[in-house]
Design a protein around this ligand. Structure first.
Ligand code: 4AD
Ligand code: MG
Length: 462
């Protein structure tokens, strides 16, 4: 093969090639136009949204009739600059080898398929323009995330995927077991997990936070970037059963200090998208949401709004808009409330702090009012919550109380309590949903369309 010898189309089109002769390109045909004396094809190799135009000056020398959209090719030829502003370089074909034919039922035509339709056709989806862009964008933004934390001396740590606890205490767990389910289903009684693989009930993690806290309280500043799993049966455009989360955790850091980092982080990612993912952002701006680039530029240059939960409730209670879910102090914010706050009232991302303790997880630090906790959610227009975080309860007795109130099995979490027993420190952290971030940056309306293999209720085939 010519894996190392070939040039990627991205390099070619950005003028990074010195020797224009004997260039090898490997890729898939996107379009073909033939006539008696000349033929044109566009070929794409996944390195960029752009196709390379191939020009064939002696069409009868090649088996062009066997080539359809989707056919994979090895091409050798020479590059030529053109007067065409759209495509400044094209390739004159000297050798052409068909690597894999694509029968005529291959659906990659010029026509745009709906995102719903594409979700059903695994082999086609990543070859479309949109999902090519999405997958390249994911890769770039993942890199940006590592860059942000590595530059600041955070350590990239690995929380376990299999856990025996429920970090969020919401009970939305996917069981991990080697027990014989067929036999159990006939037993009808309780399950004896001591017979199971880990000798206790285990599940896929909903968050790496609890273990990240342990490592932050020995390493200082850490972050995870890993898949997390939630068995919540909510079929919405913003929920996935498997999604990626970035969870920084900082020792010696309080809520206000953490919020400074949070805003810096978000703005860094927005800036990075505009500067380093120009091709992708321009695509989104043209095809997905016109005005996306302007919106992001606006956010980078403005302060995020900041209000307490109580202030948010007061705003919502005064709102002229009718809500499906009535709102009062103590209720969790529903998506419609979040949208009102960010889209109608503030018209920008906001950070909402100090939620009632009863609607937040057990590990959040109790405020002096005894009613609220040092929590923060970052809400953005269209998508709603993209970040949830808090200062952690670092006082042993208070945490123990909250855990008892929540009806938790204290034994199971003794290791977590021990962080508070031996050299406890104030510490804080948050979780950014990677797909929610990508939705916001791209303007894509459905979380299924910013992840290559979406997992949602009833759907884990490919
Ligand atoms: O608010 P959550 O549940 O917070 C935590 O898991 C904390 N342990 C984070 C921490 O403090 N280290 O989730 C954090 C973020 C949400 O704001 C949202 O962006 C995303 O994770 N998220 C989801 N994304 C897609 N699908 C789902 N089902 C999601 N659930 C949460
Ligand atoms: Mg949350």
């Amino acid at each position: 093969m010519d894996y190392f010898a070939r040039k990627k189309i991205k390099e070619i089109l950005s003028n990074q090639i010195d020797d224009l002769a004997n260039v090898i390109v490997l890729g898939w045909v996107r379009t073909k136009r033939t006539s008696r004396n000349i033929a044109f094809m566009e070929i794409n190799d996944g390195s960029t949204l752009q196709n390379l135009q191939l020009v064939i000056l002696n069409p009868d020398k090649f088996p062009l009739e066997q080539i359809n959209n989707g056919t994979s090719l090895r091409i050798k030829g020479y590059l030529e600059k053109t007067e065409n502003r759209e495509q400044a370089i094209e390739m004159k074909v000297e050798e052409l080898e068909i690597l894999g034919e694509a029968p005529a039922d291959y659906l990659l035509q010029k026509k745009r398929h709906s995102f719903e339709f594409l979700r059903e056709i695994a082999h086609l989806r990543p070859r479309t323009n949109t999902f090519g862009v999405i997958n390249r964008f994911r890769s770039k933004m993942a890199y940006a995330i590592h860059q942000f934390y590595q530059k600041r001396g955070f350590l990239y740590i690995h929380s376990p995927i299999i856990t025996t606890g429920d970090a969020e205490g919401a009970g939305e767990l996917f069981r991990v077991t080697t027990l014989d389910l067929a036999r159990l289903s006939n037993d009808g009684g309780t399950v004896d997990y001591s017979q199971d693989f880990f000798s206790e009930e285990a599940a896929l993690t909903v968050s790496g936070q609890l273990q990240a806290e342990l490592l932050a309280c020995s390493l200082g500043d850490v972050y995870t970037f890993a898949p997390t799993f939630r068995a919540e049966n909510s079929n919405t455009s913003r929920h996935a059963s498997e999604f990626w989360m970035i969870e920084p955790e900082m020792a010696f850091c309080n809520l206000d200090e953490m919020m400074v980092l949070m805003e810096e982080f978000i703005k860094y990612l927005f800036q990075y998208a505009l500067e380093e993912a120009g091709e992708e952002m321009e695509f989104f701006n043209k095809w997905i949401d016109q005005g996306r680039i302007k919106t992001l530029e606006g956010i980078i240059n403005a302060e995020f709004g900041q209000i307490s939960y109580s202030e948010a409730i007061a705003i919502l209670e005064k709102a002229k808009q009718k809500f499906e879910f009535p709102i009062s102090w103590g209720c969790d914010l529903q998506s419609e409330h979040e949208r009102y706050l960010t889209e109608q009232y503030f018209k920008r991302p906001i950070m909402v702090t100090d939620y009632p303790k009863d609607i937040k997880a057990f590990y959040m630090r109790l405020n002096d009012d005894q009613k609220t906790v040092a929590a923060v959610d970052c809400l953005v227009p269209q998508v709603g919550e993209i970040i949830g975080g808090s200062q952690r309860e670092e006082r042993y007795d208070l945490l123990l109380n909250r855990m008892k109130e929540a009806g938790m099995d204290i034994d199971k979490y003794q290791w977590f309590l021990d962080i508070r027993k031996y050299g406890t420190v104030p510490h804080s952290g948050f979780g950014l949903g990677f797909e929610r971030l990508l939705m916001y940056l791209s303007g894509m309306g459905n979380i299924r369309d910013v992840i290559p293999f979406p997992r949602t209720p009833g759907n884990a085939r490919f």
